[in-house]
Design a protein around this ligand. Sequence first.
Ligand code: AMP
Length: 217
Amino acid sequence: MNLLLYGAPGSGKGTQANMPRSHFGIPHIATGDMLRAEIAAQTDLGRQAQPILAAGKYVSDDIMIGIVRNRVIQPDCVPGFIMDGFPRTVPQAAALDDLMAALGKRFDRVIYLKVPVDDLLHRLSGRLVCPTCQRTYPPGTARCEADGSALIQREDDRAQAVRPRIEIYLEKTVPILDHYRGGGLVSEIDGRGTIEEISRHVLAAVNGRMSKTQKTA
Ligand code: AMP
C-alpha cells in the first residue's frame, strides 16, 4: 500500500497519517519532519535548510529528491509507505514517478485534504507542536496528550512565515494535483471536521469506498 498525502500546510496531513500508519503498518515519510531532524542534529544539510524553512520557502528540488530517494529504498518501505510533504513541485512529481517506476511501485491513492485558505491561515498561526512525537495542537494547549512533552511553536508557524508558506503552496504545489488527477488517483476529502471523521473518510477512500463528502477526480 503506497499512499500520497497531499494538501496545504495546516491541512492535517501529519495528523491523518497516523491512521493508515497503524492500520497498514507502513512508515510515514514526512519530508518536513526529516528536515527538522537534520536541523536539530545540526548536520550540514540542517544548517543549509534552517533559514529556508524559517522563511517558509522551499528547499531545492535536487536536495529533496535526493533525501526521498535515499529514504524509499530502506527495507521498511518494501511493504509500502505514506508520503507526506513530497512532491511539492512539478519537477519533484516527475522525479517521484521515475523513482516509483524504478522500484516497481505505484501509488494506490492520493489523499487530498482540502481546507480553505482562511482556515489554513487561522490553523497555522499559533499552532503548537509536540517536539517528541510531532502531534499538533491548537493554541493554549500546554502539554502533549500522548507523551506529556511541553508543546512548542514551530519557527515557520510564526506569523511572518505563515503567509509565504501558503503562497508558495498555491504557486508551486497546487499545479501537481493535475499530474495525479490525470491518473484518476485523487480522493478529495474535506479537511474540516473532527480528526476521527476525517480519518474515517481517509480509510474509506483508501479502501475504495467513497462517501458523500468525497469525490474522486
Ligand atoms: P512541512 O512540515 O511539510 O510543512 O515542511 C516544512 C518545511 O520544510 C517547508 O515549508 C519547506 O521549507 C521544507 N520542505 C518540506 N518538504 C519539502 C519539499 N518536498 N520541497 C521543498 N521544501 C520542502
